[in-house]
Design a protein around this ligand. Structure first.
Ligand code: SAH
Length: 387
């Protein structure tokens, strides 16, 4: 096996339990794509890793011990991952959740989600993708109850983004349950599925009282999952705003799945900044405003980055928020800490009175590596505004 020498800082990181490997971690030039042995500058063994370029980092530590990635090894990882999600497995109210989460389950570069009776694999680099037969075989031994599976390629390649992997084919679309609410999902159409599972708990809070009797504005709504959760939680009106034309049809599918009429629910295909202007002009007010932008966005007029521009969204939301209204401010930007995000929000809130009443991060099925805060990307603040 190839031995790679790590620099002092990288050695410290590996010893502290960080699994993600950075391009600057090695003294030698890296050309390999596969399993390697890590050593320090004195030649002492540090761990087993694999190298493979992906969106973030160039590889992952597999273990601090000398191991081989065999079917038995993967079975062991999948059994441990399954054990951690017992509570989800037992639930009748939630049928979609993450079964395996990268370094949180000791194998970076791979996630597996459960959507009802189906599994959805995401391959984040070519090494993981090349192990797919072995991974699937081990997975089927630990999860024989699942009927079929699909896969998503999340690294640069000529492969199709989405493909069928094994078993029965899923209906397209079909319904899953979360906190007792139905969502319409599709497993084999690009990289998206119609729902972001990492927001379980935020949707849960909307179902469980936050939206009761309220008017709700959902900005960057995608398939309006937050709006459906709010409607099922007793919201009297919802308005969902997204630039993508397809969002309207996908949003309505979630509402129909729950037998909700559409009279009090609006779907607006518009740039959120234009909608803020429109709402101000028409003196619209909302009791709850949910804001969940992509980390970066570009339209014809401007670029938007969560890191620099989130405060503008908050400031504009204040103009159309009812007295004592609530803002739910979400971001999945991994290049920003919770404190930095809070500062952006405070900058937007300015001098008015407010209280931060809740912070939600990744839910329990999205296990994170406790030794590496950078994998804990989701931050969702609930703020009560006293204006
Ligand atoms: N809140 C959603 C996920 C949002 S994903 C959920 O919980 O499911 C980000 C969405 O922002 C995408 O659907 C994209 O079409 C939309 N978007 C990006 N830039 C936008 C803009 N300037 N105005 C409105 N929508 C935008």
């Amino acid at each position: 096996m190839i031995k790679l020498v790590m620099g002092d800082l990288a050695e410290k990181r590996v010893k502290s339990g960080v699994q993600l490997i950075d391009g600057r971690d090695f003294l030698d030039q890296i050309v390999t794509d596969g399993v390697v042995s890590l050593v320090n500058q004195k030649g002492a063994f540090l761990g087993t890793a694999y190298l493979s370029r992906q969106n973030k980092g160039i590889g992952w530590v597999l273990s601090r011990e000398a191991i081989e990635v065999t079917e038995d090894y993967l079975i062991h990882l999948f059994k441990k991952a399954k054990q951690k999600r017992r509570q989800f497995e037992m639930s009748d109210l939630t049928t979609a959740y993450r079964l395996f989460n990268q370094d949180g389950d000791n194998l970076g570069g791979l996630t597996i989600d459960r959507y009802g009776d189906y599994a959805l694999f995401s391959w984040y680099n070519s090494y993981i993708y090349r192990q797919k037969e072995l991974i699937i075989s081990a997975f089927q031994k630990v999860f024989p109850e699942l009927k079929g599976a699909y896969g998503k390629v999340r690294f640069k390649s000529d492969l199709p983004e989405s493909s069928y992997l094994y078993g029965e084919e899923a209906l397209n679309p079909f319904e899953i349950l979360e906190n007792g609410v139905r969502y319409s999902v599709f497993l084999n159409d690009g990289l998206m599925t119609g729902i972001f599972l990492d927001q379980h708990e935020v949707r849960g809070s909307l179902v469980d009282g936050l939206a009761l009797g309220k008017t709700v504005l959902n900005m960057f709504s995608y398939t309006a999952a937050f709006s459906v959760a709010a409607a099922m939680g007793g919201a009297i009106e919802t308005t969902s705003v997204d630039l993508a034309k397809r969002s309207r049809e996908l949003s309505q599918a979630h509402f129909k799945a729950n037998g909700l009429g559409l009279e009090n629910h609006q779907f607006v295909v518009m740039d959120v900044f234009d909608y803020f202007k429109y709402a101000r002009r028409h003196a619209l007010k909302f009791d709850v405003i949910v804001i969940d932008p992509p980390s970066f966005a570009r339209n014809k007029k401007q670029t938007f980055s969560v890191l620099k521009d989130y405060h503008k969204l908050i400031a504009q939301a204040l103009d159309i928020l009812s007295p004592r209204g609530i803002i739910v401010a979400s971001t999945n930007a991994s290049n920003m800490t919770t404190q930095q995000f809070k500062k952006q929000i405070q900058k937007g809130l300015g001098k008015i009175k407010y209280q931060f009443i809740d912070l939600k991060q990744l839910p329990g099925d999205f296990t994170v590596n406790k030794n590496d805060e950078s994998s804990n990307y989701l931050k969702v603040f609930t703020i009560k505004v006293n204006q």
